[in-house]
Design a protein around this ligand. Structure first.
Ligand code: COA
Length: 329
């Protein structure tokens, strides 16, 4: 059996109503500046969920739009896979809540925990299911509400992240269009560099944990930066090798939107000019698993990605997890 087994069809996204600009951090007592954030990360603003906005509501909104564009109804879905690190509840999965909201009665639904690589891992799991011949139509969502798991007093992390959700309908490949190469890697020896240390099974939540804030995200910024650049370089090489293509064959690169400097380093390594790289980190911040599908959704709406376009996706996240795909649309 040879690729492509699966193709990405419609993609849509949803974000909270509230825009939070860099200047606003000072007003909540965070010692930072618009200049520092823009220079180090390229981020100007991010969207932050308000009361009543949940991962389920945002993801359901994105899913409905993607399904309408793909001409797929909820009962036709065979599976719903949600990549997330910020579920609405720790139990059950948020994917089953989305299943219920959509009325996708036949779909098997589950979350994938791969942090910022969650959507990319989810698409590759969907590809495997479709390759078995038992699944035809799968909704893959990357969605986060990182604003609810960051420490709003920690300037090392709170300026980086944002909320949102992106949904893609994955179907059986036709006429050579679809996923041409796919690559996933993990390295759990580096888990402590980007984590929520306490507050779950190994260290159940206590008043002390809440007081010290060890249930929020913590990050060793420089180490994460170095590993992100190294891993995304590896992933971009593997994407091209797997698809037997060269950098010149790639029309558009859609990397995980963590930081403009990481994106530029990845593009440079892959020998892909920045004109071909889709960037929206300035408007959304790092939305983790949602970042690639939000960028793909915008790229499709703008006509940057259309039928015939060859796209390279590259992801990296906590774990560490990383991976890539080349897809012909
Ligand atoms: N505003 C102002 N100053 C800040 C700040 C902020 N929001 N956050 C950190 N600083 C300070 C630090 O405290 C440090 O001060 P010190 O030298 O007095 O201790 C100084 O800025 C420099 O910190 P440094 O770590 O050298 O900055 P950096 O150039 O590495 O940039 C990051 C910091 C976080 C932007 C960068 O390390 C990064 O992008 N890492 C990867 C993060 C990421 O993408 N994570 C998700 C991966 S999926």
């Amino acid at each position: 059996m040879k690729r492509p087994f699966a193709m990405l069809t419609a993609t849509a996204h949803a974000v909270p109503k509230r825009v939070f600009k860099n200047d606003e951090f000072r007003s909540i007592g965070v010692d930072t500046s618009d200049e520092w954030i823009q220079e180090r990360t390229g981020i100007r603003q991010r969207y932050i969920a308000g009361p009543g906005e949940t991962l389920t509501s945002l993801s359901t909104e994105a899913a409905r739009e993607a399904m309408a564009a793909a001409g797929v109804t909820a009962p036709e879905l065979d599976a719903i896979i949600l990549g997330t690190a910020s579920p609405d509840r720790l139990l059950p999965s948020t994917a089953v809540e989305i299943q219920a909201a959509l009325g996708a009665t036949r779909a098997v639904a589950f979350d994938v925990g791969a942090a910022c690589s969650g959507w990319l891992y989810g698409v590759q799991v969907a590809e495997g299911l479709i390759a078995t011949g038992s699944y035809e139509t799968i909704l893959v969502i990357g969605g986060e509400q990182l604003s609810r798991i960051i420490n709003w007093k920690d300037r090392n992390t709170c300026v980086l992240f944002g909320d949102g959700s992106g949904a893609t309908v994955v179907k059986k490949a036709t006429k050579g269009r679809g996923i041409l190469s796919a690559y996933m890697r993990s390295d759990g020896t580096l888990a402590d560099l980007l984590q929520r240390q306490k507050g779950a099974g190994a260290a159940p939540i206590t008043p002390e944990i809440i007081a010290e804030g060890s249930h929020w995200i913590t990050m060793a910024g420089r180490e994460v930066f170095k590993n992100a650049v190294r891993s995304m370089a590896d992933a971009s090489d593997r994407a091209l090798d797997g698809a037997k293509l060269s950098a010149a064959d790639i029309d558009v690169m859609i990397p995980h939107q963590a930081n403009i400097r990481i994106i530029e380093a990845t593009a440079k390594h892959a020998n892909i000019p920045m004109e071909k790289v889709f960037v929206n980190v300035d408007r959304y911040g790092n939305t983790s698993a949602a970042s690639i599908p939000i960028a793909l959704s915008e790229a499709m709406k703008q006509g940057v990605v259309k039928e015939g376009t060859t796209v390279m996706f590259v992801a990296f996240g906590a774990g560490f997890t990383w991976g890539s795909m080349v897809v012909r649309f």
